[in-house]
Write a protein that binds this ligand. Structure first.
Ligand SMILES: [Zn+2]
Length: 116
C-alpha cells in the first residue's frame, strides 16, 4: 500500500510539473504570436513606406485589409485580438465580445476604405 501511495504522490508531482511546463509553453506561444503579429505589421508598414502612392492615402492609421484578415485568422484560431487579452488562447468554443467588437470595427473601416 505504501508503494502505491508513493507512486500516486510521484504521479501527482509529475502532473504538476507537466502543468507548469504547459503553462510556460502557452505563455511562450502567446508571446511569439504577439511578436509575430508585430513583425508582420512592421513588414507591412515598411512595405507601405517603399510604395509612396499608398503612403499618400488619407487613412494611414487604419489597418490594411491583410491585417484585418490576419486578425480574423488569429481570432478564428482561438486567440484573443482585443487589447484586454491580446494573444491569449481562448477556451474552445469561447467567444470574446471585445474581440468581436474589434473585428466589426475593423470590417467597417475596411468597408469605408473600399467606398473611397
Ligand atoms: Zn478578446
Amino acid at each position: 500500500m505504501q508503494s502505491i501511495m508513493e507512486d500516486l504522490f510521484q504521479f501527482e508531482q509529475s502532473l504538476e510539473k507537466m502543468r507548469l511546463v504547459t503553462t510556460e509553453m502557452q505563455n511562450q506561444i502567446s508571446q511569439l504570436m504577439h511578436e509575430n503579429q508585430e513583425l508582420k505589421l512592421e513588414i507591412e508598414r515598411l512595405t507601405h513606406l517603399s510604395q509612396p502612392e499608398t503612403t499618400l492615402t488619407k487613412n494611414k492609421q487604419k489597418l490594411p485589409a491583410t491585417s484585418i484578415q490576419m486578425m480574423h485568422d488569429l481570432y478564428s484560431q482561438g486567440f484573443h485580438i482585443c487589447n484586454e487579452e491580446y494573444g491569449k488562447r481562448m477556451k474552445s468554443g469561447e467567444h470574446c465580445l471585445f474581440c468581436e467588437g474589434m473585428l466589426s470595427r475593423l470590417a467597417e473601416g475596411a468597408a469605408d476604405d473600399a467606398r473611397k
